[in-house]
Design a protein around this ligand. Structure first.
Ligand code: KIV
Length: 290
């Protein structure tokens, strides 16, 4: 796909909804900086998510809980500058929508006005339905996120697959329905059995985007560092590594180190030169001046 041509067809919220009607899969990856977002956009991803996974994969926090609105915004702006085609979604971090509607609107409006986001994502089901409706009323498209919601780490007592009992599966279906009714345009289903994800996907009119939720979802999302082999924790069961960039990076850095230590870098090809004759002129001049 040549995304440098002028004929780049922008992915919009209605275009994402249309995908479900047509039975076409939706592709989504996270990005947190300019070069990654450019490559992801140019490769033709439908959605770029500036996820709060930023906290762990880029900023080195232990969980997604500590990352702030300002930190998210800083990275969102870089991704915005790189993104031409994909729909740009920004994750509301923990604490950005927990103190009430006004604060949630403020965080979201900052993402849209200052960061250039075209939609926001937030975690939680029925308890967020009124908030989702308020954001939609404020012209901000919302992507829901249910199942294993990493911001509820402490409440869940760890990262555990959700919806494995009849009761919890019923709750999750009710959450999904409530978010659709509140006006969410898509729903991330994370860490749930594929049978449950398939059922939710069939029941909803809005598309489901799965991560650890099996192949029947309308789309799939991964954290780009997992896909590229650039994360330092063992990958979750649902991750497929398409590259080992950590190893490629390590080897490149070690070769650079060895070349510098051995005096092999820079070589003549990596050096600038005086124009012909300047050296003799300079030496003569230095000698004359004493
Ligand atoms: O923060 C994130 O990257 C996410 C995706 C895993 C869906 O929420």
């Amino acid at each position: 796909m040549d995304l440098n041509s002028e004929a780049v067809s922008k992915i919009t919220v209605p275009a994402i909804l249309d995908r479900k009607l047509r039975g076409e899969k939706i592709t989504c990856l996270t990005a947190y900086d300019y070069p990654t977002a450019r490559l992801v956009d140019e490769a033709g991803m439908d959605i770029i998510l500036v996820g709060d996974s930023l906290a762990q994969v880029v900023l080195g926090y232990d969980s997604t809980v500590p990352v702030t609105v300002d930190e998210m915004l800083h990275h969102l702006k870089a991704v915005r500058r790189a993104t031409r085609r994909a729909l740009l979604v920004a994750d509301l971090p923990y604490g950005a929508y927990h103190l009430g509607r006004a604060e949630s609107l403020r965080s979201s409006i900052r993402f849209v006005k200052e960061g250039g986001a075209e939609a926001v994502k937030l975690e939680g089901g029925r308890k967020r339905a009124r908030l989702v409706a308020a954001l939609v009323q404020a012209e901000i498209p919302v992507m829901g996120h249910i199942g294993l919601t990493p911001q509820s780490l402490h409440a869940m007592g760890g990262y555990r697959v959700q919806g494995k009992t009849l009761d919890s599966a019923t709750e999750l279906l009710a959450d999904a329905q409530a978010l659709e009714d509140a006006g969410a345009f898509a729903l991330v289903l994370e860490g749930i059995p594929r049978e449950l994800a398939a059922l939710v996907t069939r029941r909803l009119r809005i598309p489901t985007i799965g991560i650890g939720a099996g192949p029947e979802c309308d789309g799939q999302v991964l954290v780009i560092h997992d896909l590229l082999g650039m994360s330092f924790t063992p990958p979750a069961k649902f991750v497929r590594r398409y590259a080992d960039l950590a190893e490629v990076t390590r080897q490149a850095v070690e070769r650079f180190r060895d070349d510098v230590l051995a005096g092999n870098f820079p070589g003549d090809r990596e050096s600038y030169h005086w124009p012909a004759g300047l050296r003799e002129q300079f030496e003569k001049d230095v000698t004359r001046r004493g």
